[in-house]
Design a protein around this ligand. Sequence first.
Ligand SMILES: *[C@@H]1O[C@H](CO)[C@@H](O)[C@H](O)[C@H]1NC(C)=O
Ligand SMILES: *[C@@H]1O[C@H](CO)[C@@H](O)[C@H](O)[C@H]1NC(C)=O
Ligand SMILES: *[C@@H]1O[C@H](CO)[C@@H](O)[C@H](O)[C@H]1NC(C)=O
Ligand SMILES: *[C@@H]1O[C@H](CO)[C@@H](O)[C@H](O)[C@H]1NC(C)=O
Ligand SMILES: *[C@@H]1O[C@H](CO)[C@@H](O)[C@H](O)[C@H]1NC(C)=O
Ligand SMILES: *[C@@H]1O[C@H](CO)[C@@H](O)[C@H](O)[C@H]1NC(C)=O
Ligand SMILES: *[C@@H]1O[C@H](CO)[C@@H](O)[C@H](O)[C@H]1NC(C)=O
Length: 906
Amino acid sequence: MVDHRIVLALKLLLLVLFFESTFEQQQQERLSSPIERAALLGLRSTLGLRSRDWPRKADPCSVWNGIKCENGSVSEINISGFKRTRLGSQNPQFRVDSLVNLTRLKSFNASGFYLLGSIPDWFGQRLVSLQVLDLSSCSINNAIPGSLGNLTSLTGLYLYDNNFTGMIPSSLGQLVGLSVLDLSANMFTGSIPVSFGSLRNLTRLDISMNFVFGSIPVGIGMLLKLQYLNFSNNDLSSSIPAQLGDLSNLVDLDLSFNSLTGSLPAELKGLRNLQRMLIGNNMLGGSLPVNLFPVPSQLQTVVLKSNNFDGAVPDVLWSMPQLRLLDISGNNFTGMLLNASLNANTTTAELNISQNLFYGGLTPILRRFGFVDLSGNYFEGRVPDYVNDNASLVSNCLQNLSNQRSLHDCTSFYTEKGLTFDNFGLPNSTQPPARENSRKSNRKVIILASVLGGVGLILLLIILLVLLLFCIRKKGTTTQRGVGVGPVTPVPSGSSPPPPGVSIDFSSFGETFTYQQLLLATGDFSDLNLIKHGHSGDLYKGILESGIPVVIKRIDLQSQRKEAYLLELDCFSKVSHPRLVPLLGHCLEKENEKFLIYKHMPNGDLSSSLYRKTNSEDDSLKSLDWITRLKIAIGAAEGLSYLHHECTPSIVHRDVQASSILLDDKFEVRLGSLSEVCTQEGDTRQSRITRLLRLPQSSEQGTSGSLTTTCAYDVYCFGKVLLELVTGKLGISASSDAQLKEFSEQILPYISIYDKELVIKIVDPSLIIDEDLLEEVWAMAIVARSCLNPKPSRRPLMRYILKALENPLKVVREENSGSARLRTTSSRSWNASLFGSWRHSSSDVAVIPAGSSARPEGESSFKQSGASNSQGSGQNSGGDHSSSHRRHSREIYPEPSDEQDVERQD
Ligand SMILES: *[C@@H]1O[C@H](CO)[C@@H](O)[C@H](O)[C@H]1NC(C)=O
Ligand SMILES: *[C@@H]1O[C@H](CO)[C@@H](O)[C@H](O)[C@H]1NC(C)=O
Ligand SMILES: *[C@@H]1O[C@H](CO)[C@@H](O)[C@H](O)[C@H]1NC(C)=O
Ligand SMILES: *[C@@H]1O[C@H](CO)[C@@H](O)[C@H](O)[C@H]1NC(C)=O
Ligand SMILES: *[C@@H]1O[C@H](CO)[C@@H](O)[C@H](O)[C@H]1NC(C)=O
Ligand SMILES: *[C@@H]1O[C@H](CO)[C@@H](O)[C@H](O)[C@H]1NC(C)=O
Ligand SMILES: *[C@@H]1O[C@H](CO)[C@@H](O)[C@H](O)[C@H]1NC(C)=O
């Protein structure tokens, strides 16, 4: 009886379980909507997915990889890690139109799946139920459409590691449900949208590794849930807003590798949960607030290196209980080490206080660190045994050690502090015998060195002379040119240069196209598609199968030097900058012809778009307005400035002229003609020597011969481009030396810093210019003239030219009062105030925090010009500059010099 019941109950249970599971199967595991099924199949074919992952016949919900369904609808798609079919991978594109029919889709993850193209505009309008969008590492490019701001259900937006350009749309600030926003490792420019202050649910915000500039919006301080904040590796130049201190949940803060200024606000002590504080490699200064690190503290990592901090280090910093890494190297910190011993069992912590001004004896506090770098300070006394062998102690004033500072250095440092130096522990004579010997031998070494150095210098000069002659000879015979130049192996500053002569890895850049594909794209290289016979190859228009318009350079190796395309490819593989024309791929399969495939630039090049036919019947020409011309000049200067100053070794373009300045649909500059590039010969000192050698013969023209391998040559050519922009006389920049001489004689006399009106005589008559703009024109003319200085050493550096063009009024107004040479400014606020003038809209310009900056004047002009520029990109948007100029007239304007300034290094 009892048994019976149990059996019955069991049977019932089984039955229920069975029903439930089949119910589940029907309800959840089968796709019910035919529309969604069709959509998935559509996606499968446009993305080229394999039947292994998504078998056509099977039910997507139950069988397909990476699909999840809810109530018979597709709720999640994860194609990350998928491979495409062979057909699909030939033409990988961002074609996901079918997604619009998956109306219940909550998550789309394509991380790592190659989606060449841009995010479609309709994403924002149609995928409204989307909660998670992960498009990281998909090689997506172009700007993010502002419409993404409509996806208000989003909680996670992952767009890192792509090639996005343009500004970060401020509409993303509407995504108030976002918890994770990761835009890192792209090429975003512009400033951080102020609207981000509304993303109150963010726990993670990452904009690192972009080209974002301007300030950190105060509003970030309102993101109280934030745990991770990373703005590192950008160009942010404001001070750190005190409001950041409100982020009491923050665990990670990384602001390193920017240009942040000002001091650390004491309010940062509010970061109670901070474990990692990375603020190294900025331009921060001042002393650390005493209470910056309250105990108890979770801090594990504190990196303040390579700033301008001074003063003492707060005592608590040495004794943070959780500390694992303290790196404050490369500042002006001073004081003595805390004289205390801690019973911390953590002896693995690392301490780097090198290159500061610490002094006094070593103390037991060092016991708690497993690795210490104390080099480059003024520590004195004996080295205690608890300082272990792998500690770095060079360049101090320590006893019984080699590689210490000289007695003189140490004594004068301590004397200046009103202290006595222990004289390396030796009897109190002025010159300890041991040291004196070494000083004497030092002197001998110095004499020997200078003799050898003199001989070396002469040898060097001879070698350089030979090289010079060699270079000139090479130029004569075009077929051999470039042999000695070698492959360009520049690296963006920061990484160490690779060994010379590294081979080119073709797989690392662009796609490989087949010749067949190119024939198809260009209609068998039909003459109809020929754009022009360029000097490094013929340029053809083409349309890839995918519909992408491209420009194809056909290089005939029988008439071109062989190295040129390799140089160019190598260049593209090493440098990447939004101001260089994007190389999409190459086709090297034919022996005698090589092909490079570039992105098509809708507005051609400057030489062809300075004037363009209007659509009307009468064949009249419309010329570019002044604002656009100035924008083009700035864009080109940015590109060149990148090549000259941000690549090590510097890259010389060598073919700067109007036809090398390509223009995209928004007239943003993309430098082309990169087949002539080479690294600047020698380093600065050498080139100065070569300049010396050159002086006698180069007094007049200064452009020919091997001079073309110096940055100054680019500057010269750029001067011609500027003249062309000012005067509208086509062809100046392509002219020969003789023609240019003629042009110069006609034009240069009208460029004077003392007389604005003169310039009117040479200004392009088709420009409509009011009084304000005339000053800008005048300024550009002056810059052009200084670029055309016959003496290469007197030409300004590209980076100063860039600054001058960014704020032209500064050039002329300062000129009037002072010396006759081009002057520029290093003011960051001035810099920032100009960016709004042409980069897209200025509604995104962030506002500098009130009350936390040391430069209120800079702020106001920053805001002001942002506002004025938003009103119009028309002919008179320069109108507001005057006021911003006056605000800054008291600042210091360093003159451009031949010295290469100290570059920002890591
Ligand atoms: C599935 O549908 C049922 C009934 O319509 C509903 O109650 C449930 O919330 C739905 N589940 C989801 C995840 O949409
Ligand atoms: C997405 O799919 C890939 C490949 O099938 C898989 O390895 C990965 O774990 C999935 N990721 C998630 C978050 O489901
Ligand atoms: C979405 O579904 C409708 C109805 O079946 C269909 O007409 C349309 O083409 C589909 N859209 C896309 C982009 O596949
Ligand atoms: C997307 O898929 C990748 C790979 O499986 C995974 O690492 C990542 O976390 C996923 N993204 C999201 C937002 O879940
Ligand atoms: C960006 O584009 C360059 C060249 O087009 C390419 O080599 C690189 O891999 C791309 N980066 C990413 C993250 O897709
Ligand atoms: C989506 O965003 C765009 C641009 O931000 C806007 O113009 C449009 O009105 C929005 N559409 C909807 C449905 O919200
Ligand atoms: C000016 O801003 C641009 C864009 O961020 C940056 O590249 C440049 O270094 C800035 N110059 C100075 C002097 O701050």
